[in-house]
Design a protein around this ligand. Structure first.
Ligand code: FES
Length: 105
């Protein structure tokens, strides 16, 4: 699976998503600025990304923990926000664009 990632300064690059990884791990392994300080347990929100609405819809419901954290974020977009550590459906994202959310102030 190949995804197109847009980082915080607007530069974009295609990266390969290896089987068995979450989206957060893929971003981190490819040196994008994703702090992931909680290690992928949906409790830090530093892995916040934006996806197309159609993909967010296809991925289905966010967990309660994820939604709570996202709603606290000043950059939350109900249509496009996900915690990348909670996304592991590679197929749904084939060819998709993933935008790393701005850092929280
Ligand atoms: Fe902490 Fe995703 S890595 S919420």
């Amino acid at each position: 699976t190949v995804i197109n990632v847009v980082d915080r300064d607007g530069a974009s690059r295609s990266v390969e998503w290896e089987p068995g990884q979450t989206l957060m791990e893929t971003l981190r392994d490819n040196d994008f600025e994703v702090l992931a300080s909680c290690g992928g347990t949906a409790s830090c929100a530093t892995c916040h990304v934006f996806l197309d609405k159609s993909i967010v819809d296809e991925l289905g419901e966010r967990s309660e923990d994820e939604l709570e954290l996202l709603e606290e974020s000043e950059h939350y977009d109900a249509n496009r926000s996900r915690l990348s550590c909670q996304v592991d459906a590679r197929e749904a994202l084939d060819g998709a664009t993933v935008t790393v959310a701005p850092e929280e102030d």
